[in-house]
Design a protein around this ligand. Structure first.
Ligand code: M6R
Length: 614
């Protein structure tokens, strides 16, 4: 949440940081701003409520020249979205400007102390407290900016990624991180700074990943200097990231979400590439193979995740229990971290996260690690915090996901879980070769199958027109597809703002069926499985009460179609892979309903892509 970007070098900073900011807008879009230090050492802040495009318009007539700049796109935590709460924040003297991603938990205590010392505040943010604290420490100790940042941060409790610039210094940014992402792009005699390497990939492929509790002095023409809060030398973790710029563009689609939905046949290919031998039908994942003993001796697997990644984990629970006969628990990371969970040494805790930066998932993982569990990551963002903290892991490799609503990451996560389970099943002998190979064969067909599903795009667009004005939706599924129903409902609510609930189909009669009337559409996932007949009976129960049913079912399933008002037909493959197939029409249904309602599909209200605060 919140995106920060910076530049130090010989070029004009503003166009670079504005471009970076646009790529970071998925992290929040309540307000945007820049601070520039020009050749004369003057420090100027320009900021306004709203999106980066609004900021661009606002600064179009201003003199934004200068070779040092920092910029921010905000997802509001403390203080409503407004011009005055927008970042960067000046310090009281106007000598410093700061951008901040995170939450300063003890900001009230710090603010009261600063007020006692004569400070006044223009905004309601915790971030303005921090910039004034740094200024106060700097003046009291008559020290350098980096020393003031270090001493000030020692008083801070909370999460932050910050960047600070100083009037009179047109070659330097001081940055620091604790529990919020921050990377430094290394160019030739120039540096870039960002919450996400992808936003500055046009300029460099070499990135230094700042670790928690580290402060970086980023100075034009000088080596990067990294210190810890205890003033010891920090760890310079430089990695090369290969990413194509086309992955960050809409590529002719009206929205990133639609592009990402349609990318799925290819992202599945990328996800399984080099991991399945099409000849022998064997699956190899280094993260599993190199930790064979851990997986063979696992007493339990605990998934920790949030949102869509939590739904994928629920599917993982079925997959691992069925294929590997290992007991599985699935936890909301935000609950797990605060409830004194029992973690055993033979537990494997798997964090599932697209961004690899979700604060709750990261915290849950750290608790598990401290308790001695083996911690594994299923992430998309390469080099992300979760990927670096885990003992081992498997990337889903679906490329940058920019639409706030997660789509291709979900199908990538389920694909990785199925591959992991196949590897473990082979090691444990919990599936016969024939059973494993049947799943692998279907996995290899997934790109074709998903292409076929996507060819029904216009059918689903027409269906969406019929239901655009519904106020509520119910999604039902069973077994592997109960989590798919939850995911379908989440997609609809987050981008269309229509209230939607997912239930296991058989739970209807225990309460939710009271909601059914002629106004209530129900999406029923009725693809073939061992409970298919029962699901069709549940459809009849809804129909008998006047409910309208949209069935997602196998091609030509007359049994299900008789009980449905509208049908979405999909091809069939192994049961454990059906959530991948079924989720795609549900993504499209949510997408088109949101478009017809005129919603901002890629940047739905109140949301941000990467949830780096609690
Ligand atoms: O990056 P993560 O996978 O950890 O993110 C978890 C959730 O915040 C995320 O899935 C969220 O629910 C999406 N907006 C769902 O579309």
């Amino acid at each position: 949440m919140c995106g920060i970007v910076g530049y130090v070098g010989d070029r004009d900073a503003c166009p670079i940081i504005i471009k970076g900011l646009k790529r970071l807008e998925y992290r929040g879009y309540d307000s945007a701003g820049v601070a520039i230090v020009n050749d004369k050492g003057e420090l100027n802040v320009f900021k306004c409520k709203g999106k980066v495009s609004g900021l661009e318009e606002f600064i179009s007539e201003k003199d934004t020249r200068g070779c040092v700049g920092i910029a921010h796109t905000r997802w509001a935590t403390h203080g409503e979205p407004s011009d005055r709460n927008a970042h960067p924040h000046y310090s009281a003297s106007g000598n410093l400007a700061l951008i901040h991603n995170g939450i300063i938990e003890n900001f009230r205590v710090l603010k009261d102390a600063l007020i006692q010392n004569g400070y006044t505040f223009k905004s309601s943010t915790d971030s303005e407290v921090l910039v004034n604290l740094i200024e106060y420490v700097k003046q009291s100790n008559d020290c350098s900016l980096e020393e003031a940042v270090r001493l000030a941060l020692k008083q801070v409790v909370g999460a932050y990624a910050i960047a600070v610039v100083e009037r009179g210094n047109n070659s330097r940014i001081v940055a620091a991180r604790q529990s919020s992402p921050m990377v430094i792009g290394i160019g030739k005699g120039e540096y870039f700074l960002s919450s996400d390497a992808a936003s500055i990939i046009d300029y460099t492929n070499d990135f230094a990943y700042l670790n928690d509790g580290e402060i970086a002095v980023i100075e034009k023409g000088k080596d990067l200097e990294i210190k810890t809060l205890d003033n010891e030398d920090g760890h310079l973790d430089i990695r090369r990231l290969e990413l194509s710029i086309s992955q960050l563009e809409k590529g002719g689609y009206p929205h990133f979400m639609l592009k990402e939905i349609h990318e799925q046949p290819n992202t599945i290919v990328d996800c399984i590439r080099g991991r399945i031998n099409p000849e022998t039908l064997e699956v190899y994942l280094s993260g599993v193979a190199l930790n064979k003993e851990k997986f063979l001796n696992a007493g339990r697997i605990i998934f920790v995740a949030c949102g869509t990644s939590w739904h994928a984990s629920l599917i993982g629970e079925h997959i691992f229990e069925n294929m590997c006969r290992i007991p599985v628990e699935v936890e909301y990371a935000s609950e797990f971290r605060y409830r004194n969970p029992i973690i055993r040494k033979d537990d494997i805790v798997i964090a599932v996260s697209q961004s690899g930066e979700t604060a709750d998932t990261l915290a849950a993982l750290e608790i598990a690690k401290k308790a001695g569990a083996f911690v594994y990551g299923i992430c998309n963002a390469v080099g992300s915090s979760i990927a670096r903290v885990t003992d081992s892991g498997t990337y889903i490799h679906v490329g940058p996901e920019i639409g706030v609503a997660s789509t291709k990451a979900f199908t990538g996560q389920v694909t990785v879980m199925a591959m992991m389970a196949l590897c473990i099943a082979q090691m444990k002998g919990t599936m016969t070769e024939e059973q494993r190979h049947a799943v692998v064969r279907d996995m290899l067909r997934l790109p074709e199958i998903t292409k076929e599903v996507l060819s029904t795009d216009s059918v689903i667009a027409d269906l969406a027109k019929i239901f655009t004005y519904a106020h509520n939706f119910i999604y039902l599924g069973r077994g592997y597809n109960y989590p798919t129903a939850l995911e379908g409902a989440l997609k609809l609510k987050e981008i269309s703002y229509i209230h939607a609930e997912g239930y296991p189909a058989a739970e209807m009669k225990h309460g939710p069926i009271a909601l059914i009337d002629t106004e209530m559409p129900t999406v029923v996932i009725a693809t073939p499985d061992h409970t298919h007949d029962k699901t069709v009976s549940n459809m009849e129960e809804i129909k008998a009460r006047g409910g309208k049913i949209i069935a997602v079912m196998a091609h030509g399933d007359e049994h299900a179609s008789k009980s449905a008002d509208y049908v979405i037909e999909v091809p069939v493959c192994s049961e454990c892979l059906m959530p991948i197939v079924v989720s795609i029409p549900l993504q499209l249904l949510a997408y088109y309903i949101a478009v017809y309602k005129g919603r901002n599909v890629d940047q739905p209200r109140n949301l941000a892509k990467s949830v780096t605060v609690e």
